[in-house]
Design a protein around this ligand. Structure first.
Ligand code: GLV
Length: 326
């Protein structure tokens, strides 16, 4: 019997390709060539499945050109690159990779929070540039982390991981805002108190963004929200580009209307607002919050398991539109 055909859009662990090849006829992109929409569509035309990354937009146009497609398995927990209603309408299963990256991503949120608060990269650049002549009392003096107020916008799995780290590891007072309030026992585990978005903005010493991107969360942090924050505050975005108005943030940082920021995601990435590159009080990383070797491998394995599970056995581990399975 012919194996189903699948497309793997980006380079991935060779062991995962080998596993997929046991079940499928695989067209891969181990050279990691950038494909435009037309190139992606051409390759998807005869495929039953796709192993996608967050950069692959799967929308109604793409689906219309890929009549045999039955599943897109995203190697990411975020799936704003998928038009899920359009996929459901065409009975194409969408899957993502939740859970396996929660703790690693929460670790990184904390790494960015601490690096920005304690000016780690800014001071390293100074040192590497040979500027360090002598110690001074206020050299790279930053803001404290322990015992301060940690605000979290978006309290899903990763937000809760950050809350636990802050409350239990650093004795922080945790406040959060979310579309819906958490169950009391979850709030207790995270030692987190539900507040309005306004109180969150005005009270947090460190504000971490972990909410999904959608038209509703576009520019959830813009000039008006930044103006409500403390001048000593630190803003961390590990969610998605577009949730923060990067131009407004760069201006607020430059004018010291907030003290610092740590960013892993950007509007229009991998391009950055050039103003962000010239302000010193921001730590910038290239969308690596889930990037440890074991976690990236677990994400790739989960995406592969979803493809194999669905196309071979009709089951998927982490469906986003389970109605397609019914
Ligand atoms: C990364 O950004 C992810 O959504 O997994």
């Amino acid at each position: 019997m012919n194996k189903p055909k699948i497309l793997v859009t980006r380079a991935v662990f060779p062991e995962v390709i080998a596993r997929l090849e046991q079940h499928f006829e695989v067209e891969h992109n181990q050279a990691d060539e950038p494909w435009n929409k037309e190139q992606l569509v051409r390759r998807l035309r005869d495929k039953a499945g796709a192993f996608t990354s967050g950069g692959d937009r799967i929308d109604a146009d793409v689906l219309a050109a890929a009549p045999q497609l039955r599943i897109c398995a995203n190697m990411a927990v975020g799936y704003n690159n998928f038009d899920v209603p359009a996929m459901t309408a065409r009975k194409v299963l969408a899957t993502n990779t939740p859970d396996v990256l929660t703790e690693t991503t929460a670790d990184f949120g904390f790494a960015l929070l601490m690096a920005a608060a304690r000016r780690v990269t800014e001071s390293e650049h100074y040192l590497r540039a040979g500027k360090w002549q002598r110690w001074t009392y206020d050299m790279f003096a930053g803001t404290d982390v322990h015992g301060t107020t940690l605000g979290i916008l978006g309290m899903g799995r990763i937000g809760q991981g950050i809350a636990r780290r802050g409350a239990h590891g650093f004795g922080m007072h945790v406040i959060y805002h979310n579309r819906s309030r958490l169950a009391p026992q979850v709030e207790a585990q995270c030692k987190a108190r539900y507040v309005s978005k306004q109180e969150l903005l005005e009270t947090a010493d460190h504000l971490v963004l972990v909410l999904p991107y959608s038209p509703e969360s576009h520019h959830a942090i813009g000039a008006a929200e930044l103006a409500r924050m403390k001048p000593t505050a630190n803003l961390v975005n590990i969610a998605r580009g577009g949730i923060v108005d990067d131009a407004a943030l760069a201006a607020a940082l430059r004018e010291k209307r907030i003290a610092a920021a740590g960013l892993d995601v950007y509007e229009g990435e991998p391009k950055l607002n050039p103003d962000l590159l010239t302000v010193p009080n921001v730590v910038l990383t290239p969308h690596i919050a889930s990037a440890t070797v074991p976690t990236r491998r677990a994400m790739a394995d989960l995406a592969a398991d979803n493809l194999i599970g669905f196309l071979v056995n009709g089951k998927a581990l982490t469906p986003l539109n389970p109605e397609v399975l019914a």
